[in-house]
Design a binder for this molecule. Structure first.
Ligand code: AR6
Length: 214
């Protein structure tokens, strides 16, 4: 249950209103090799977990923020993280002088339960003609580089670029799983990577990518 220790008990935190009434997953997923957590809303394989939920609640070493190049906050997950972390976050972020697409910067977690926030700037999807896939892969590599430097052992990612920036979720999930699997193969210090999905379709996209590993 590493990384899923949340205030108010497990059942409570996963009540994302957007997911109310969402269908149960197929019975085939109850294979014994899969650890099913929180009412079939989390799957774990090797050192990767995919879960439905709100990344701001997680007690992990670091959560990743899908930020913009100013690093001064925005909508979507960026806004949620800034609200939950408190005003100290923007104060520290001002000292970082922004962040380029595909790059990442780290701050403290402040009022979050996570020790650090790794801010990365995903690409805006422009139809695939602007090296978006390589830029998104670079986000994961940059986050893992910072994780290594700061001794981060448990790390949670959202679906970077898959909201306002419009990146197709299937392709994004493929890149996320590919880069994470490569990092875990070479970095034994990382104990757990959690893909935190805010909606059912995003969860499904990750689950499909991870299916061969289950
Ligand atoms: N926990 C987990 N995932 C979340 C949460 C949450 N609390 N909130 C949203 N998501 P987006 P982007 C999911 O739009 O596409 C901001 O304004 C969401 O469902 O937040 O990288 C920044 O400042 C989606 O799957 O980020 C940038 O300007 C994913 O997080 C821009 O948006 C990313 O959605 C970045 O766009």
């Amino acid at each position: 249950m590493i990384g899923l220790d949340v205030p108010g008990g497990h059942n409570q935190v996963w009540q994302n209103p957007a997911l109310e009434g969402s269908p149960k997953f197929p019975p085939s997923l109850s294979d014994t090799s899969i650890l099913i957590l929180q009412k079939e809303r989390s799957l774990t394989t090797n050192r990767i977990t995919v879960t439905l939920g709100d990344i701001t609640t997680l007690a992990v070493d670091a959560i990743v923020n899908a930020a913009n190049s100013s690093l001064l906050g925005g909508g979507g997950i960026d806004g949620a993280i800034h609200r939950a972390a408190g005003p100290e976050l923007v104060a520290e972020s001002r000292l970082l002088h922004g962040c380029k697409t595909g790059d990442a910067k780290i701050t403290k977690g402040y009022r979050l339960r996570a020790k650090y926030i790794i801010h990365t700037v995903g690409p805006v999807w422009r139809g695939g003609e602007d090296e978006e896939e390589a830029k998104l892969a670079s986000c994961y590599v940059s986050c893992f580089n910072l994780a290594r430097k700061h001794d981060v052992r448990t790390l949670a990612f959202p679906a970077i670029s898959c909201g306002i920036f419009g990146f197709p979720i299937e392709r994004a999930a493929e890149i996320a799983v590919r880069e994470t699997t490569a990092e875990l193969d070479r970095n034994e210090a990382i104990e757990s990577v959690i893909f935190v999905c805010f909606t059912q379709p995003i969860y499904e996209a990750y689950r499909q990518q991870l299916e061969p590993q289950f």
